[in-house]
Design a protein around this ligand. Structure first.
Ligand SMILES: Cc1ncc(COP(=O)(O)O)c(C=O)c1O
Length: 426
């Protein structure tokens, strides 16, 4: 291990030394040992345009020479205002008020705190969030509380708050039970809201795709049904689009793809194209108005030192412009994944093929023999990582779930090459 560094999500003993990266360009990372690997997962899903994009680098350099940072309470600046305007122009009409923070977990914390205080400000005491099994919303205590309880959260379970968990109606290509699963979940949520209308602060979901929980996908129709329930019972609907935002699902945001208007949306990862840590929680005008008061007790007392950092916002503006200019790249990637699925669909070690826009996933099986653990700790993940690196690809399966989430600069040939490698590995 590096002498002074403690790496995230890494068992300290017995793990291979981290690989040193010297530089990146486009979809590729250049390692110290001379190896060049294609980053098929956009480095924890952030580098939507690939590495070291000159336009974003230039925007940060220019901004750094003008204003690198300023306290965001009592002050504002052009980059923050422009970025908020650009992004809200593509969000559903009700989502207009931007609250900046600096990572996905805090974007979710802010969303939950806003929802909770919204009810408090209205004189209601709604404490419980409805969340989905398999969810991942981050690693702060609040974000962990609304995520799947697992090995990762086990040590902290006494510090976390209670939530109401409902099944995530995951689906895949060829799933014949989709509508049944969805209706059962909707009925369960309806019952909860009907029986205790004053209990629930909000419904929190990773729309269309649960990321770290195993790239589990649900349908647009399910989100529409959820939206309908939310409107019937006057609950707040919170979309955690930390992963799904900025083109990932084949549209700018999952809520656009599903044509659903959540009350709060949490954004990070792709927001700066992977250049700067930045996040935003965007809420509806209706929510904002409930905080629009001169009373101190109704104020949203939350903020971070780097809130609205001008360099982050400048990177965000440059990244957004690239996204709009190259819209076809993320809109067309699903068709390329689907073409390649034809080569995998009858493979005995692959099941539950699924795709949404730029994200494709599949479960690796052992062909039905006993002793195969579905889940994050399945050792096939390490095996695939190693063989993929030898072949020149950065892949990081979530246990036995193999997924691709490449930057949008990859070509059709690049993607076909990744699938060639998958077939070779398996
Ligand atoms: C859907 C979702 N929400 C929140 C987070 C947390 O983001 P961060 O790692 O930036 O705190 C993640 C990270 O993977 C995520 O996928």
């Amino acid at each position: 291990m590096t002498k002074n560094i403690w790496h995230p999500f890494t068992i300290i003993k017995g793990n291979p030394e981290p690989l040193k990266v010297i530089s990146g360009d486009g979809a590729y990372l250049n390692l110290e040992d001379g190896k060049r690997v294609m980053d098929c997962i956009s480095s924890w899903w952030v580098n939507i345009h690939g590495h070291s994009h000159p336009e974003i680098a230039k925007a940060i350099y220019e901004q750094a020479q003008t204003l690198e940072h300023v306290i965001f309470a009592g002050f504002t600046h052009d980059p923050a205002e422009q970025l908020a305007e650009l992004i809200t122009s593509k969000l559903p009409r009700n989502l207009n008020k931007f609250f900046f923070s600096d990572n996905g977990s805090t974007a979710v914390e802010v969303g939950m705190k806003m929802a909770y205080q919204y009810w408090k400000n209205l004189g209601e005491d709604r404490k419980t969030f409805i969340c989905f099994d398999g969810a991942y919303h981050g690693d702060t205590l609040g974000a962990m509380s609304v995520g799947e309880r697992s090995l990762f959260t086990e040590v902290f379970k006494e510090l976390m708050f209670d939530v109401e968990v409902v099944p995530f109606p995951e689906t895949w290509i060829g799933d014949t039970e989709r509508a049944l699963k969805e209706d059962a979940v909707i009925e369960r949520i309806e019952n909860l809201l009907d029986q205790h209308p004053d209990k629930y602060a909000g419904i929190l979901i990773e729309p269309l795709i649960q990321g770290a929980g195993g790239m589990r996908m649900c349908s647009e129709e399910f989100l529409q049904k959820l939206h309908w329930v939310n409107r019937q019972f006057d609950a707040l609907l919170i979309f955690d689009e930390v992963m799904t935002g900025f083109g990932r699902t084949g549209d700018y945001f999952a809520c656009l793809k599903a044509q659903v208007e959540p009350d709060i949306i949490c954004l990070s990862k792709g927001i700066t194209g992977g250049f700067m840590p930045l996040a935003a929680t965007v809420c509806s005008d209706d929510i904002y108005e409930v905080f629009n008061s001169s009373e101190a007790i109704k104020t949203f007392w939350h903020g971070h030192s780097y809130t609205g950092n001008p360099l982050g916002c400048a990177a965000g503006i440059a990244s957004w412009k690239l996204l709009v200019e190259n819209e076809s790249a993320f809109k067309n990637m699903e068709a390329i994944h689907l073409k390649n699925f034809e080569r995998l669909k009858n493979h005995p070690r692959i099941k539950n093929l699924r795709v949404k826009g730029t994200i494709a996933a599949m479960d690796i099986t052992n062909g039905g023999d006993a002793g195969w653990e579905e889940g994050y700790l399945n050792p096939v993940s390490q095996e695939i990582r190693k063989i993929a690196l030898d072949l020149g690809y950065l892949l990081r399966p979530l246990g036995n779930v193999l997924y691709l989430m490449p930057p949008y600069c990859v070509t059709e040939e690049d993607i076909n090459g990744i699938y060639d490698a998958i077939l070779e590995m398996i």
